[in-house]
Design a protein around this ligand. Structure first.
Ligand code: PLP
Length: 411
């Protein structure tokens, strides 16, 4: 392997056209990457290359363009597999995003469950990892159990054994929270789940953009993430699962592309991954994602993570000095992403966001699709800043100055 170039924050930012050359010419302080990250130039180039040179449907035609498009689509699948540390690329299923992946799992894996079986989720989950399971519970009489979080916004793993029974078939938890930034202790989750024979699914929407993974080594069974949070195009994401489990699951959607043979006497389904990719897939988007993970896989993540942690520390220190500010999440930097949710006494998160928007600081305000967590902490919503490798000290300076100003003027 060629050694990676040491992480250079300024060079990294240059690879994101919207930040390097912001619309309107004013510096853009983009601190909303947990909602959607900016798209890396390599992904934009790959999409353009496909659209201008290999555009055709995949896995269908025999003409030159159809074969070139199919090759590019397959290559994207292999690039994703490499990023996930997965040897068998057919275990990688392209979906519409994390939400699409979890709905696929809830329908397909869920159809194998019996009344009275249990699924464990937690208070920390995004609605995407709650609602599909609730819908399954309604359909099949499956019971949903909910693991609480600690005061500092982590999964309360001390209470995990008490929430697992022999009826638990799936532990479905977030790998890293989109509100508190807490990164889960996967080893402990897997060990405890295995003790009752439960499978483990991790929602990787927030963790996957933070560097390559080794999913088989984590010991989990299923994983999901979205391309648009991983510097790639919108409209595509991934569900990964272990081959024997995926092969035992029935298709979720029916249509073209997912069959071996169709007749009115009966239909034979294709093997994985095609069985789960009915209809024309998001071809250009998947190709863009392949380029995005290729780029992310080549980054010096030790350097990028240290850079992000330093910026996160600056924000946490800055918030400690702001009157009435309170962080919901871990106070330190250990096992935590640069996703920082906070409230400020007397200020509505939307007002904070609007005030900061005047300084070209993009934040998120609201419940972050995590209403049960908001309820747990007794708030209707929070303001959230989220850090990606392309963020700079200037972004943090603008954020802290803007918050000082908002408190002085509005609180
Ligand atoms: N899970 C987590 C932890 C998230 O942060 C998000 C998006 O914010 C999702 C799931 C849903 O992702 P998508 O809207 O891309 O399907």
């Amino acid at each position: 392997m060629t050694p990676k170039k040491p992480f250079d924050p300024a060079a990294c930012r240059e690879e994101f056209p919207l930040l390097a050359d912001p619309p309107g010419g004013k510096p853009m302080h983009y601190l909303d990457s947990a909602a959607t990250a900016q798209t890396v130039a390599a992904a934009l180039r790959a999409v353009r290359r496909h659209e201008t040179m290999t555009r055709a449907n995949v896995l269908r035609g025999v003409h030159f363009l159809a074969e070139a498009a199919t090759d590019a689509y397959d290559q994207a699948r292999r690039a994703v597999a490499r990023y996930l540390g997965v040897a068998d690329a057919e275990e990688v299923i392209f979906t519409g995003g994390t939400t699409g992946s979890i709905n696929l799992l809830a329908h397909s894996f869920g159809s194998l469950l019996a009344e009275g079986d249990e699924i464990l989720v937690s208070e920390l989950e995004h609605h995407s990892n709650i609602v599909p399971w609730q819908m399954l519970a309604e359909r099949r009489g499956v019971r949903l159990r909910v693991l609480p979080v600690t005061e500092d916004g982590r999964l309360d793993l001390d209470r995990l054994p008490a929430h697992l029974s022999a009826r638990c078939k799936l532990v479905a938890l977030t790998h890293a929270s989109n509100v508190t930034g807490a990164i889960a202790d996967v080893g402990r989750i897997v060990e405890t789940a295995r003790a009752v024979g439960a499978r483990v699914f991790l929602d990787g929407a927030q963790r996957a953009p933070q560097g390559p993974l080794d999913l088989p080594a984590l010991g989990i069974d299923f994983y999901a993430f979205s391309s648009h949070k991983l510097y790639g195009p919108t409209g595509v994401g991934v569900l990964w699962g272990r081959r024997p489990l995926l092969e035992a699951m029935p298709p979720f959607m029916g249509g073209g592309g997912m069959i071996e043979q169709v007749s009115f006497a009966g239909t034979r389904y294709a093997g994985i991954p095609r069985r789960f990719e009915a209809g024309t897939p998001p071809i250009a988007e998947a190709i863009g994602l392949g380029a995005a993970v290729g780029w992310a896989g080549g980054l010096d993540w030790a350097g990028a993570t240290a850079h992000e942690a330093r910026l996160t520390g600056r924000i946490l220190d800055g918030l400690a000095g702001i009157r009435g500010a309170k962080v919901i999440g871990p106070a330190g930097l250990q096992n935590r992403l640069g996703v920082i949710a906070f409230t400020i006494d007397g200020l509505h998160p939307h007002d904070v966001c609007q005030w900061l928007d005047r300084r070209n600081v993009a934040l998120r305000g609201g419940h972050h699709c995590a209403q049960p967590l908001m309820e747990r902490f007794g708030v209707a919503g929070t303001t959230r800043a989220s850090i990606a490798p392309y963020n700079s000290d200037a972004d943090v300076d603008a954020l802290l100055a803007g918050l000082d100003e908002a408190v002085a003027r509005l609180a």
